[in-house]
Design a protein. Structure first.
Length: 133
């Protein structure tokens, strides 16, 4: 059910044995993401439940789900990029069926993120699910 972009991240993680290298890769994914326009960094787009500041801006394009995002923390910005790879480009009717927890487990993130970051990811996924419900 995951997008091709997410499958590429899964493949990249298979080649990275060290978790420091994986964290660097996640940070690099975040750095490669375009900055979210300041006009979208408003409370309605803010993800509550994250220790750092996170904003997600949702939209559709040709009946495909898309979102842009940003964070003031580099690793969290990278996690936003991972979630974008997981969800962006999916037909709207398929977004709710994505088991983000299981997909992220394929990266081993569940075992290597701090409790705060895990809660932040969970909050981001819940916001995505709420938007498409």
């Amino acid at each position: 059910m995951a997008s091709a972009a997410f499958e590429e991240i899964v493949e990249d993680f298979e080649f990275l044995d060290d978790w420091e290298d994986r964290y660097r890769h996640v940070i690099d994914l975040g750095k490669a993401m375009e900055d979210l326009d300041a006009a979208f960094k408003v409370d309605v787009n803010k993800v509550h439940g994250c220790a750092s500041q996170v904003w997600l801006q949702f939209y559709t394009e040709d009946d495909m789900f898309r979102f842009d995002g940003d964070s003031d923390a580099m690793i969290v910005r990278g996690l936003v990029a991972v979630l974008r790879a997981l969800y962006n480009g999916l037909p709207l009717n398929e977004v709710a069926a994505v088991d983000a927890h299981a997909e992220l487990a394929r990266l081993g993130l569940n075992d290597h993120l701090s409790a705060q970051r895990s809660n932040g990811v969970r909050s981001m996924v819940e916001k995505i699910q709420t938007v498409v419900a």
